[in-house]
Ligand binder design. Structure first.
Ligand code: SF4
Length: 295
């Protein structure tokens, strides 16, 4: 007689004795999974019962066969910017020179520090308004040390009418403190040193260099940005990029006056909303790029 193995001799525990917690209960989810496992796959079902060919399915098949492949999306490359013709630039410079012989900065100043402070004040403000404020300001605070050490409330009250007076007061005092601590109270004469001063960007630095020290610099303000684009001298929007785009086009000795010409022309003729193209002497040389309404 064959002997029973220890495993076969082991008593089976009746189901009733299995603790309730360890018994797996059928849930709707497990029931659905079990039904899916029992059901034949879709492929097998299709093989067993091939779909009926309806009129609609035949038409869809025909459409699929005749459908042309969709062309790949081709991104249009912007046309390359053609550098302006030097003869056209020379003609523009000559016309601007004749049209605005009086071109120079409208800000009143007697030394580089006064021009620097007046330029900071001219942000979002007219030059006329700045010129009304600065005589009293410079009489009371004649140098960088005096401005840096002024009572903030007093300075704010004096420049209030130029707008953004709190920010401007902060910028003036921080800039003057830098001038005193790093340059012995004298305004520096290089672009690098000027732009290292608190609150001084390339535009302000170029104004000071060109007008107080006679060192050429292209000042890119809102008028210069607008006019150089309309005239087709650049496509750039960023002031620093515009400045670098103009540098090789304009002779260096005319960088400063070129900015003055464009600022005056932008104020008087090529105004922002409706440029006066009908009376503009630059019209024969201007492609009027981006101009939609002119008078
Ligand atoms: S022609 Fe018109 S767009 Fe061109 S510079 Fe003159 S005013 Fe401006």
């Amino acid at each position: 007689m064959a002997r029973k193995s220890p495993r076969s001799r082991k008593k089976r525990t009746p189901a009733s004795r299995v603790p309730r917690a360890s018994r797996t209960r059928a849930t709707p989810r497990t029931r659905r999974a079990a039904a899916r496992a029992r059901a034949p796959s879709r492929g097998a079902a299709r093989a067993a019962h091939p779909a009926k060919r309806t009129r609609r399915s035949v038409q869809a098949g025909a459409r699929a066969l005749t459908r042309r492949p969709r062309p790949a999306l081709v991104r249009k490359r912007p046309a390359r910017f053609a550098p302006p013709d030097p003869a056209r630039i020379e003609a523009i410079l000559g016309i601007l020179d004749r049209a605005h012989p009086e071109a120079q900065t409208a800000l009143h100043f007697q030394n580089p520090l006064q021009l620097l402070i007046a330029t900071i004040l001219s942000a979002q403000c007219t030059d006329e308004r700045v010129n009304q404020v600065t005589p009293a300001l410079f009489a009371r605070y004649p140098d960088a040390a005096a401005l840096a050490g002024a009572r903030r409330e007093d300075l704010e009250a004096m420049i209030r009418s130029t707008g953004f007076f709190r920010n401007k007061t902060r910028a003036i005092q921080a800039c003057c403190a830098d001038i005193v601590s790093k340059h012995g109270g004298e305004v520096p004469r290089t672009l690098e040193e000027l732009t290292a001063l608190h609150g001084v960007g390339r535009k302000t630095a170029n104004v000071v260099l060109g007008n107080a020290f006679g060192i050429p610099g292209i000042v890119v303000d809102t008028h210069v940005s607008r006019l150089t684009r309309r005239l087709g001298l650049t496509r750039e929007l960023d002031p620093v990029k515009i400045e670098f785009a103009l540098m090789p086009l304009i002779p260096r000795d005319r960088w400063t006056v070129f900015s003055h010409w464009l600022i005056l022309h932008g104020r008087q003729v090529c105004v922002a909303r409706k440029p006066r193209c009908s009376i503009c002497p630059l019209a024969p040389h201007c492609p009027r790029i981006g101009v939609t309404a002119a008078s």
